[in-house]
Ligand binder design. Structure first.
Ligand SMILES: Cc1cc2nc3c(=O)[nH]c(=O)nc-3n(C[C@H](O)[C@H](O)[C@H](O)COP(=O)(O)O)c2cc1C
Length: 179
């Protein structure tokens, strides 16, 4: 697939069958993430691959809504940034997520961005905690890292319609000035 075809085909897929994705595909997706550029070439982003089903289940509860698909996912990649190393770790993590989503799409691996930064959940004691705190405790992450998002990966159990040129919001484009 050419890049523009991959971009049109990329959809957020939240339903997976119980097939596992191959280690080879997982490696290619992670490699794509490592290829992402970063501000000042600091590379503050790290990725944690989650295979364990119980951990995937726990991650599916990392936010109040919108993470449920992780329970059925084959793998998840938690994307974290060293906020001491770079003040633009959010942007750097976002590019890593984007590269990995596009690579996964090219390989026919269903994927979905699960937002964690600025989100909350309820912990085992019934307290509201940030998704960041919840995930950092689960994965035993060092204090200088913050969680941006989780990439959910699996084999699709739905047939999403690709995007088309007709649906693009051309009104978002401005030429020279706002008007
Ligand atoms: C920054 C960002 C955060 C997102 N967070 C979530 C999320 O937490 N859960 C979810 O199911 N989808 C999430 N999505 C997927 C969007 O809902 C999805 O991209 C959007 O509805 C457009 O659909 P498409 O990806 O199929 O084109 C997120 C996407 C982005 C770019």
């Amino acid at each position: 697939m050419e890049l523009s075809e991959i971009m049109f085909n990329r959809r957020s897929i939240r339903k997976y069958n119980n097939e596992e994705i191959s280690e080879e595909d997982l490696k290619s997706i992670l490699q794509a993430g490592l290829l992402a550029p970063s501000s000042r070439n600091l590379h503050p982003v790290e990725m944690i691959v989650v295979r364990d089903k119980a951990m995937l289940d726990s991650l599916s509860q990392a936010k109040t809504a919108g993470a449920g698909m992780l329970k059925e996912a084959s793998r998840a990649i938690v994307v974290i940034g060293d906020h001491d190393r770079s003040d633009v770790w959010v942007e750097d993590c976002s590019i890593v997520m984007t590269y990995m989503m596009l690579k996964a799409t090219e390989l026919g691996i269903a994927n979905c961005w699960v937002q964690c930064r600025k989100r909350t959940t309820t912990d085992s004691k019934g307290n509201t905690v940030t998704s960041d705190v919840y995930i950092k405790e689960l994965l035993e992450l060092p204090d200088n890292y913050s969680v941006l998002a989780i990439l959910s990966l699996g084999i699709s159990d739905e047939q999403p319609v690709p995007h088309t040129a007709d649906e693009l919001e051309l009104s978002k484009l401005h030429d020279g000035k706002w008007q």
